[in-house]
Ligand binder design. Structure first.
Ligand code: COA
Length: 211
């Protein structure tokens, strides 16, 4: 993606002004992030989302333990988002999935994958997707969000491994990367066991287009 065009199409004029004044044609983080909108994913976005995930994460993304909790399921109702740039292209993606914490345990959301177009990294798009996802999850009444990821990144949104010591993923994962954020205080009190998929199942034809 051509960032310069992206910004011009997005209507941010400060980049052009400062490039004349300072000889720097790079748009700022704020300008790039400000030119994308975080919106609900539609069926028309699926192919672009999958291509972006392949670009950002490579083929190993399909072998992750989290994938066991997602395969054959739909994301939690209203919890699939994309970052759409001014030209309508998919610049980032995040989805959240219904799980239970242990057999018959409390409900929670599993977040992932989160990914941003590699050519637009570090412009704040990942953060915008995360903030939107957390806000919507809270608004819809979800009590907690879990994910497997890097604490140095997700810590800024309030995620930590402090409350996940008695929880486990259904497959290989690094324990210190299982992170959680309580949206309702105490939601993870006493939570223990292996996460289980609890999402609505995909129909056969949906499975073909979702993968
Ligand atoms: C991780 C990812 C979603 C971040 O999106 P982004 O739009 O680039 O992130 P933001 O612009 O909101 O934040 C960028 C900041 O996060 C930091 N960051 C990015 N990934 C990080 C990581 N894994 N650990 C620690 N910090 C990280 C960047 O260094 C940058 O720091 P700065 O603000 O001090 O410059 C994106 O880099 C990506 O798609 N990566 C490949 C897929 C992936 O790894 N997904 C996450 C699975 S855990």
């Amino acid at each position: 993606m051509d960032i310069a065009n992206f910004i011009v199409e997005g209507g941010a004029s400060r980049a052009a002004t400062s490039s004349v004044a300072f000889g720097d044609t790079s748009p700022s983080r704020e300008e790039i992030a400000g030119a994308v909108a975080i919106v609900a994913e539609t069926a028309a976005d699926v192919a672009a989302r999958e291509a972006l995930l392949d670009d950002a994460m490579g083929p190993k993304r399909r072998t992750k333990s989290s994938e066991k909790l997602r395969r054959g399921r739909r994301p939690s109702e209203g919890m699939a988002f994309i970052a759409r740039d001014a030209s309508g292209s998919v610049a980032g993606t995040v989805r959240l999935w219904d799980v239970t914490l242990g057999e018959g345990g409390p409900a929670a959301l599993l977040l992932g994958p989160l990914a941003v177009d590699p050519s637009l990294k570090s412009a704040g798009i990942g953060s915008a997707l995360m903030r939107h996802a957390i806000t919507e999850a809270a608004r819809l009444g979800h009590a907690a969000i879990l994910l497997v990821g890097d604490a140095p990144y997700y810590g800024r949104f309030g995620f930590s491994a402090a409350r996940t010591g008695s929880l486990a993923m259904p497959g290989p994962y690094e324990r210190h990367r299982l992170l959680a954020l309580e949206l309702v205080e105490g939601a993870l009190d006493g939570a223990r066991g292996t996460l289980k998929a609890a999402g609505r199942k995909l129909k056969a034809q949906e499975q073909a287009s979702a993968a």
